[in-house]
Design a binder for this molecule. Sequence first.
Ligand code: GLU
Length: 292
Amino acid sequence: MSDQQPAIGRFAPSPTGPLHLGSLSTALASFLQTRSQQGLWLLRIDDLDTPRNIKGAADAILTALDTLGLHWDSNVDYQSQHNDEYHDWLSRLDKNGQLYPCACPRKLLLTDIYPGTCRHRQLPPDSPYALRVKTDPRDIAFQDGLQGFVSHNLATRHGDFILKRKDQIIAYQFAVVIDDHRQQVNQVVRGIDLLEVTPRQIYLQQLLGLTTPAYMHLPIIVDHHGYKLSKQTKATAVDLAAPHHVIFTLLRLLKQNPPAELQQAPVTDQLTWAIAHWNPATLKNLQSIGSP
Ligand code: GLU
């Protein structure tokens, strides 16, 4: 990284519930990744998918991060404040003939690969429609910081994909590309469950002439049955009464091997140690980690 360009990372939770150990491990890893390079760590609340948002969740997330000593730089960025911007970028793609309306009901699609049914429609359908971006049979490849070389052929693996949903909500795939560009994020650290969507995001960056950040996809934290910790699997919110206990547990989960004497130390000391000793290579090629 040159002097002019600091490392800029971010944590981008969706306000769909309280933070659990899984989401917090992502927060901590991205924090350590940028702080260990004296970079900036930004916080974005991915709140576009309004039907999934839970009232009060965004504030609870901010409080949890703050209590755990994971202090972010700059103001919190809320996706919901950028609707005009997403639409401006969408019209650019539209003007270049890269989008088309699609009214296909989801349940009629037999596979996850969209067969292009609406690509050659002359007129927009009367019923509500989504906007899809045209893909081509190019391979989109990148080198992941932990998972190695990843390459997808978008046309055969996904087909044309949705940038604006039928319910008029901007799709995650598209928003995240615009957000990372606006926030000048150059290092994305997130869960391996998002590895599958990364080539689509890189494709969009290429179409829009935007820079592709470096990506690092972390193993996910799984419960005793091997399921990802998530709201769906009823992962519990972390207990903020003992923040140092949470950070110590997370450092162990992230295989950072914290010394035992740090166990009872305040979070600031734990984080100072963790920044100085951050070694993501311990997580290389791991798909998942069992929770304690
Ligand atoms: N908001 C997304 C989530 O909570 C993460 C976005 C990203 O890291 O790209 O799953």
